[in-house]
Design a protein around this ligand. Sequence first.
Ligand SMILES: *Cc1c(COP(=O)(O)O)cnc(C)c1O
Length: 309
Amino acid sequence: MRTTPLQKLGTIEGNQLYIKREDLIPFCFGGNKARKAELFFQIIDAGSYDCVVTYGSSSSNHCRVIANMCASRGISCHVIAPAEAFGVSYNQQMMKLYNAEISVVHVSEVHDQIENTIAALKRQGKTPYFIPGGGHGITGTQAYVNCYDEIADYRKTNGTTFDLIFLASGTGTTQAGLICGKLLHHDSCDIIGISIARKNPRGRDIVLESVREYMGHRATLSEIQDSTVFVDEYVTNGYGQTDSAIQETILKVLLTYGIPLDETYTGKAFHGMTEYLKNNQIRGKNVLFIHTGGTPLFFDALRKWDDGK
Ligand SMILES: *Cc1c(COP(=O)(O)O)cnc(C)c1O
């Protein structure tokens, strides 16, 4: 099995810092959406599907990867996008290169548009496969159980046990998968999701629900609750919103380690991780940051900074 690199970076607030490079998954700039997509396309390739329907905004890493996977198989990709979040981005430009059919509708019409698109494709004699936005659901969760297995393998090989694992949490599927992996391995590390948009209690509830759905009877509710830490203190003004502290973090990580982060996900999470360690006076621990990808968004930020915006 292929695994993504796990490197030691340096120190952070008196802790040892490691990073897992999901951004280096070797398909279309990688990222957690590429790891999830691999599993969805195992199902698609094994079935008799000839088109894919999915959902996401113009800056969606998920839609970029799904559209590329469809293009590489010569099957059509139908993206339903909310008009409210449809600006210019490199992900959107790539979706066009892959000939994805993008329907931009008001956010209140997204649900109906998905149903209508699937029904219309079926009427044309096609067999569509629907992938939920962001790759949410049990298949997406499984992808990050697999990632946790790689982290456990690293410990076996190198003897390094991680005390805390941080990541950017959006739909919560990536975090849910890591939590399930930790529970299945009976590990004691803390998996800390830094919210990039949602507030509690809703944000945490969605992660909890994904963990429960995947684990079934393999974990008790209190084990699941104790394992689910969803931190909503660093979302700034919401999804895609940034501030100067996040921008400084991105610049610092790029200059120090040569690793690009973005404003929506990884830069926000890295900054949140730094603050969390500082504010909770956590020292002398082994800390692992999951780089969940989104590299094209780094270039969006660069272009924006260059324009002086
Ligand atoms: C989608 C995304 C996330 C959030 O993943 P979820 O599984 O939706 O929580 C984090 N980082 C990047 C770069 C993403 O594209």
